[in-house]
Write a protein that binds this ligand. Structure first.
Ligand SMILES: Cc1ncc(COP(=O)(O)O)c(C=O)c1O
Length: 360
């Protein structure tokens, strides 16, 4: 038996009739670009998160770039981002021409450390991008208080946290703008690349839509050098079907996570925290081990896939290289291991993994 890191069949097979019907309707309509199917998904997703507007775009990286572009960043502006995230969180800032300022993370939660944010604020700080990494919400009370005190904009990177909640409120509804990726393996994934920017501010929603539609204000009237980053109608139709099941899938991920945590209670591995008020949706289930190489070999020998998210911190990457110290992120960078995690993992595979985990 082998256990893959992610398998989408268990969630896709039961809904394929519905998905195929939705795809066929788009094909029959021949309305592939910015159709009412896109608008319907945008409205449903905005309602799901609890914000007024969602604007679909081509992927999560574009969502971050579009959100930053509407802020009108200049070379003098600084944007604080966590040093431990997927590269897009920082590359978006760099590509928009502002200065990337890294903040350290929290050792237990892996998300941005509010105390480190406070240390990094200067008169040039324009925004902070918080990342609800692995599906665990950031410490939003502390972060919102800092932002309010210094009059700084919060952008949420929710690429790994569809449906996660902080004190009962969905992530993606705290910041001025929030960014989602619908990369296929995300908790809500398309059948290809897709993304969205969410906001409660009409002016920002209109601006994102305008920039992502080549800066076109009306037919043959280009008012700005924009880009093409529209959400494809077929992807929107698929996402609209899948959105209805997202909560159930998150419950299934949480069940698997809690099973892992229970099995590993007596092992040397450090399991993820889930403090009161944080509804973790386990895009990834990440443990720490001081003997990582050995543990990874044991996983491999038992044909159970595992991965590392990520084997570097962003300040180590050549384009951002810095000699600054980030003690928390640095401490766990060589210890983290992501275990197989997907909704509706088959019972015989769960039993197989459970048996293996009790040997660790
Ligand atoms: C935290 C984070 N931000 C941004 C992105 C970028 O999303 P996309 O791959 O859709 O461009 C990802 C995708 O993996 C991510 O995990």
């Amino acid at each position: 038996m082998s256990v893959p890191f992610v398998d989408l069949n268990p969630i896709h097979i039961p809904i394929m009739d519905e998905v195929n019907y939705a795809i066929k309707r788009v094909i029959d309509s021949k309305d592939f670009i910015r159709s009412n199917v896109v608008e319907k998904f945008e409205e449903n997703f905005a309602n799901y998160i609890g914000v007024k507007y969602a604007i679909g775009c081509a992927n999560g990286t574009d969502a971050l770039e579009l959100a930053l572009e509407v802020l009108g960043l200049s070379q003098n502006d600084e944007v604080i981002v966590p040093v431990h995230s997927w590269v897009s969180t920082a590359s978006a800032v760099h590509r928009l021409g502002a200065k990337v300022v890294f903040a350290d993370t929290l050792i237990e939660e892996y998300t941005i450390n509010p105390a480190s944010i406070s240390q990094k604020i200067t008169s040039k700080t324009k925004a902070i991008i918080v990342v609800h990494l692995y599906g665990h919400p950031c410490q939003m009370d502390e972060i919102m208080a800092i932002a309010q005190k210094h009059n700084i904009i919060i952008i949420e990177d929710c690429a790994q946290a569809h449906g996660a909640m902080y004190k009962g409120k969905k992530v993606g509804s705290f910041g001025l703008l929030s960014c989602f990726s619908f990369y296929p393996s995300k908790n809500l994934g398309a059948f290809g690349d897709a993304g969205a920017v969410l906001t409660n501010e009409k002016v920002f929603a209109e601006r994102v839509k305008f920039i992502a539609n080549c800066g076109q204000i009306s037919k043959n009237e280009i008012a700005y050098i924009g880009r093409n980053s529209r959400l494809d109608a077929i992807q929107a139709a698929i996402l609209d079907v899948k959105l209805k099941y997202l909560d159930e899938w998150n419950v299934s991920r949480r069940r698997l996570a809690h099973m892992y945590t229970k099995k590993l209670a007596k092992s040397t591995l450090i399991t993820p925290v889930e403090k009161t008020g944080f509804y973790h949706v386990y895009h990834l289930y990440v443990v720490k081990s001081s003997r990582r190489a050995e543990v990874v070999r044991e996983f491999e020998a038992n044909h159970i896939s595992c991965m590392i998210h990520y084997p570097y911190i962003l300040s180590d990457l050549k384009p951002f290289s810095s000699t600054e110290d980030f003690p928390n992120a640095r401490t766990y960078q060589n210890q983290i291991i992501s275990l197989p995690m997907y909704a509706y993992m088959e019972e015989h595979k769960i039993e197989f993994v459970q048996k293996f985990l009790s040997t660790l």
